[in-house]
Every structure is written in structure tokens, then in C-alpha cells.
Design a protein around this ligand. Structure first.
Ligand code: DQA
Length: 143
């Protein structure tokens, strides 16, 4: 099983700045994640929170919950959450950081991720497909 975590404001996908994040809603993204999981033969569990502490707790518990890897879009927490950085480092599962938008083509503060150093890698700017590629990578890495 792969755990996909979505941070603050990602529940508003489809309605939130569609020129940047597209028109796919969060519910539609979750359906896609489930479809991709069944195509790839792996269970995908998707969770979203607007709260840093909740994300930290999910990251801390992922291994004991039986996940083999995580895909993480920390939203704006990407740019300042040392708590998420530490949480990723404090557990053994591989994490791929995913961003729908291209962080390097936007405001300068978005070009820096404080969480990325703890991730295996980062996918940025490929829209929802970035999640699929991240799942495929984690599957290849852990099988
Ligand atoms: C985001 C990029 C972040 O800078 C932003 O705060 C988000 C979404 C993305 O998926 O492109 O909330 O992580």
C-alpha cells in the first residue's frame, strides 16, 4: 500500500486558482489515484489535511500502518515546515514529494523546498500525472 498525503488547501483543487492548478477537483484526483493504484496492482490510500500536526502524525504512523512508501504534496508547508522535514527523516519509508505546479516557474519563495532534502526525489509541474509517476517509482523501488 502507498500513502498519498495532501497538505493545506489541496482540498480546494478545481476551484482554487484553476489557471495554475487545473480544473480537476480533489475528489476527481482521489478517483484517479484509486484507478492508477488498481492498474498498477497496488492499494493507494489518499488523505488530506490543512493541519501540519495531522500530516506529521500520518507520516510517523505510516510504517506501522503497513505502507511501503509515501507520496507527499505538502502544499505551502513545503516552503517552511521543518516539522515535516523532521517527520520524513524520523521514519524509514521512501517519500516522493509531488507538486502539481512547476515551483521554479512561480514566485521566488516557491523555488525553495525545506522538505525536499528528506525526500527520495521531487516531481514538480506535471499536474496530476506526477502522482502516478511517483506511485510507479515507489512500486519499482520497493518490489
Ligand atoms: C503546491 C505548490 C505550493 O507552493 C502551494 O503552496 C500549494 C500547491 C503544488 O502542488 O503545486 O499549495 O504544492
Amino acid at each position: 500500500m502507498i500513502l498519498v498525503l495532501h497538505g493545506p488547501n489541496l482540498n480546494l483543487l478545481g476551484r482554487r486558482e484553476p489557471e495554475i492548478y487545473g480544473t480537476l477537483t480533489f475528489e476527481e484526483l482521489e478517483e484517479k489515484l484509486e484507478t492508477w493504484g488498481s492498474e498498477l496492482g497496488i492499494g493507494v490510500v489518499s488523505r488530506q489535511s490543512n493541519h501540519e500536526g495531522q500530516l506529521v502524525e500520518w507520516i510517523q504512523r505510516a510504517e506501522e500502518e503497513g505502507f511501503r512508501g509515501m507520496v507527499l504534496n505538502p502544499g505551502a508547508l513545503t516552503h517552511y515546515s521543518y516539522a515535516l522535514l523532521d517527520a520524513i527523516r524520523a521514519q524509514p519509508l521512501p517519500v516522493v514529494e509531488v507538486h502539481l505546479s512547476n515551483l521554479y516557474a512561480r514566485e521566488p519563495f516557491r523555488a525553495h523546498s525545506v522538505t525536499a532534502p528528506a525526500a527520495r526525489g521531487v516531481i514538480s509541474g506535471l499536474g496530476p500525472l506526477g502522482y502516478r509517476y511517483a506511485i510507479e517509482y515507489l512500486l519499482a523501488l520497493t518490489s
